[in-house]
Design a protein around this ligand. Structure first.
Ligand code: GLN
Length: 193
């Protein structure tokens, strides 16, 4: 099992650690040809505008888009979630693959980043929100809520895509790693909320 992690910039190395904890191989995706041999994809957090700019040199995201549409299990965190959102407030739509509207930097500036309690499927834990977006609208009945912080939706699943606004890869807690293992293997959402 090999998991490709988009590695333009951002927290790709932390996701790579999670994949190694599970005993799988990770591949840091820097060129389109890296995509040919992966069984699952992760689009990490970072800075979505920077990722879009870096993409202009290679246009890997066109091939990433196709792989996602072909059904590869895909996890996105934070900036990765912005890249896949169908609508983006205060930002640009990039490769829409999940029917949500996100609002970039909705909690404020970098200094307003925080740790908060998140219900992620059946589990509750403290996770980091780093200049996170908010999922401001769900645009389809086929989008399932899978994570909440207070009354806010901070994680959704639709078909082969799971999109979060927080950073479980910085915790690598047992619940998250077990879920990730099942998600990579099953190719779809494998827990209930
Ligand atoms: N603020 C970043 C953006 O708009 C997202 C932050 C993150 O990925 N932690 O792209």
């Amino acid at each position: 099992m090999k998991v490709g992690i988009l590695s333009f910039q951002g927290s790709f190395l932390d996701h790579s650690k999670s994949i190694h904890e599970l005993g799988y191989e990770s591949l840091l995706i820097k060129q389109s040809k890296d995509l040919t041999s992966v069984d699952a994809l992760i689009l990490p957090g970072g800075e979505s505008t920077a990722m879009k700019k870096i993409n202009q040199f290679s246009n890997i995201l066109t091939d990433v888009d196709q792989l996602i549409k072909d059904g590869i299990p895909t996890l996105t965190t934070c900036a990765g979630t912005i890249l896949l959102a169908k609508e983006v407030i205060d930002g640009e739509v990039t490769i829409p693959n999940i029917d949500i509207e996100v609002t970039r930097n909705a909690y404020g500036r970098q200094t307003e980043s925080f740790e908060g309690s998140v219900k992620f499927f059946e589990n509750e834990d403290i996770y980091c929100f780093i200049r996170a977006p908010k999922i401001s609208k769900i645009l389809s009945d086929t989008v399932n809520v899978i994570a909440q912080h207070n009354d806010e939706i901070v994680g959704v699943a639709q078909k082969n895509v799971v999109s979060l606004t927080f950073h479980p890869e910085l915790n690598n807690d047992e619940y998250y790693l077990n879920w990730l293992n099942d998600f990579i293997k099953e190719g779809q959402n494998v827990r209930s909320f």
